[in-house]
Design a protein around this ligand. Structure first.
Ligand code: F6R
Length: 601
């Protein structure tokens, strides 16, 4: 995710701002920049590493803002790096998140303003420029006016020539202020400045904070508000992980935000429409004969999930291929086959090879990835970003859920283009999709129950995961997660397959985790639950249905949201894997023998 820093105090601050930015490196970024405020504004930005910045150590500026960018709109170039400035280069803005409605402002601003980047952020600088042109408007008021027009999720920091200090605003994206004796800091998280101060104020949604040498004033909805400063106990290492012991747990907890970002600005829930900025014509979508999904590991399971949705709602034949096993068969019509590569890193060698085979045969290609500028994006006809933000834990968690959310958008988009779904049907899927973030939050809130069960079963040598239909890829992914990070044997099965072989392995020491939500043929899976229970196996039911609870030894409750319940159920399986691995003292973020990006075949 992008990172924000800010400083206002009585020291010359260029190296302080740069150091605070370095502290945010762990979040992942592809470009960086700082703006120092003196009599004029000195902006320095570069693609690539923070070390590429020219930080003027002789600057007298005592106020500055900085940013590390993880691209979502526009390539990771110097032009698109933050801070962004207005036409007069007197206002500098850094921004985390996504402005959903920036295009409507940009269209109006283009008549009188010069844009230099492809970002959504730059509109903020020009809108503030316009607001400041009005009589009697100061920087805080200008930011307040602009922010009230923006939709999306954002945290911004603004500094401007002629105005003292920094103005910061938060909507759905974290910002925290650090209070030192002679200085005030700003950060997208405490890590930015924890070496200077542990006394902090977390901003809340709707807050506009003004940071000056005199102190901090916070306004929300036009009223001055007092926010109680807190003392953080974290050391720098814990702060990097936002207070979590492992990146993986932090990333599991980031999922509500990650899904919101995947949906942000792409859906009109009422009209039931999806805009993914794709070049696929309606004629092409209608003529499609087959979609082939190519992927590996967790991304392959996201592909299996998507296949279930695409076949049903976009009315198209779908085949899902383990990328290393893929051959583009000669009997397909390449023009009528869309090959979709699902890959969080965008660099997986097996997936790239499969994609090249398909493109070589003349098929159209689409990438669903998390990484702007990755190899896959340079080789395909179209890309849809999942916008999960950087994932540092080797085992995929938030990228799986964001892949599924994004592929659901692709499904609705194709359903719309192919006239396979009415607008009401599309609206209903989008409504269920929009309920995913809050439903995931409910699962996260139930973590203590999962932790207790993980502790109870941590010594088991073998775990089974079962599910049907959309519960099947979730069972496969649950088992993969557990084996990767706990090093214990775990297998996922289609519930119906148990009796065709695996049942021979089930004993009273084989915990079975069964996914029985909507879209998983729960009543049939219940038969499988009975099969394993009669062999003495303890069963954890991950279910949205109240009725069968009595059947299970333990129940993990999934909120009832329909179509997307299985992906929400997956969050329980992530937490279960995490806590079993933690109980066993495994190296959760860097499991043995595994790499985050697998660039060899
Ligand atoms: C499992 C995991 C891997 C990846 C696989 C593909 O937790 O992370 O199975 O899903 O290596 O990687 P990407 O998605 O980068 O192509």
């Amino acid at each position: 995710m992008c990172g924000i820093t800010g400083y206002i105090g009585n020291e010359s601050c260029s190296t302080i701002v740069a150091q605070c930015l370095k502290n945010l490196e762990y979040r992942g970024y592809d470009s960086a920049g700082i703006a120092l405020l003196d009599d004029s504004l000195e902006v320095n930005k570069r693609s690539g590493e923070i070390d590429n910045l020219t930080v003027p150590s002789t600057s007298n500026a005592t106020c500055g803002i900085g940013h590390t960018r993880w691209s979502t709109h526009g390539a990771p170039t110097e032009r698109n790096a933050h801070p962004h400035t207005d036409c007069t280069e007197r206002i500098a803005v850094v921004h985390n998140g996504i402005i959903d409605n920036y295009e409507e402002f940009k269209a109006d601003l283009l008549d009188e303003h010069q844009f230099t980047s492809e970002t959504d952020t730059e509109v903020i600088a020009h809108l503030i420029e316009e607001a400041l042109n009005e009589d009697g408007v100061d920087l805080r008021e200008a930011v307040e006016r602009v922010v009230s027009k923006l939709s999306g999720s954002f945290a911004i920091a603004v500094t401007a020539v002629g105005y003292d200090g920094i103005v910061a605003a938060r909507q759905d994206s974290p910002l925290v202020i650090g209070h030192d004796d002679d200085a005030t800091f700003l950060g997208s998280d405490v890590t930015a400045f924890v070496e200077h101060t542990r006394t902090v104020t977390f901003l809340e949604d709707g807050d506009i904070a003004r940071l000056t040498e005199e102190g901090v004033t916070i306004v929300n909805d036009g009223e001055v508000v007092e926010r109680e400063p807190q003392t953080v106990e974290w050391d720098a290492d814990a702060a990097e992980k936002g207070g979590y012991e492992h990146y993986m747990r932090k990333e599991i907890h980031e999922q509500p935000r990650a899904v919101r970002q995947a949906l942000s600005g792409r859906i009109d829930e009422l009209a039931g429409t999806v805009d993914l900025d794709l070049s696929l014509s309606e004629e092409y979508c209608r003529s499609l004969d087959e979609i082939q999904i190519v992927a590996c590991g967790t991304s392959y399971y996201a592909g299996l999930y998507a296949a279930g949705l695409l076949e049903e709602y976009a009315d198209v034949r779908v085949s899902v291929h383990i990328a290393s096993e893929y051959e583009f068969k000669g009997n397909r019509d390449p023009w009528r086959t869309l090959v979709v590569a699902v890959t969080q890193s965008g660099e997986t060698a097996d997936t790239l090879r499969a994609l090249r085979k398909a493109a070589g045969a003349g098929a159209r290609t689409l990438a669903v990835t998390n990484t702007v500028g990755s190899t896959v994006t340079r080789e395909v006809d179209d890309t849809v970003y999942i916008r999960a933000g950087p994932e540092i834990g080797v085992a995929a968690s938030k990228t799986f859920v964001s892949q599924v959310a994004t592929l659901t958008l692709v499904t609705v988009y194709l359903g719309q283009q192919r006239d396979a779904l009415s607008s009401n049907e599309r609206a209903s899927i989008l409504e269920e999709l929009s309920a995913v973030p809050s439903s995931i939050q409910q699962v996260l809130d139930a973590e203590p129950t999962v932790q207790r069960e993980a502790k109870a079963f941590a010594d088991s040598d073998s775990f089974f995961f079962i599910g049907r239909r959309l519960g099947h890829p979730v069972a496969l992914e649950g088992a993969l997660k557990l084996k990767e990070i706990s090093y214990e044997h775990a297998e996922g099965f289609a519930g119906g397959e148990l009796k065709h072989g695996p049942l021979a392995l089930v004993t009273d020491e084989t915990p079975v985790i069964a996914v029985l939500t909507d879209e998983t043929n729960a009543s049939e899976t219940l038969h499988n639950v009975k099969e394993v229970e009669s062999r003495g196996a303890p069963v954890i039911g991950v279910t949205s249905d109240d009725e069968p609870n009595a059947v299970f030894d333990t129940t993990f409750d999934v909120p009832s949201i329909g179509l997307m319940e299985p992906v929400v159920a997956n969050v329980y399986l992530q937490l279960f894997a995490y806590h079993v691995a933690k109980e066993k003292g495994r190296d959760i973020d860097k499991p043995r023998n595994l790499a985050k990006s697998v660039t060899v075949e």
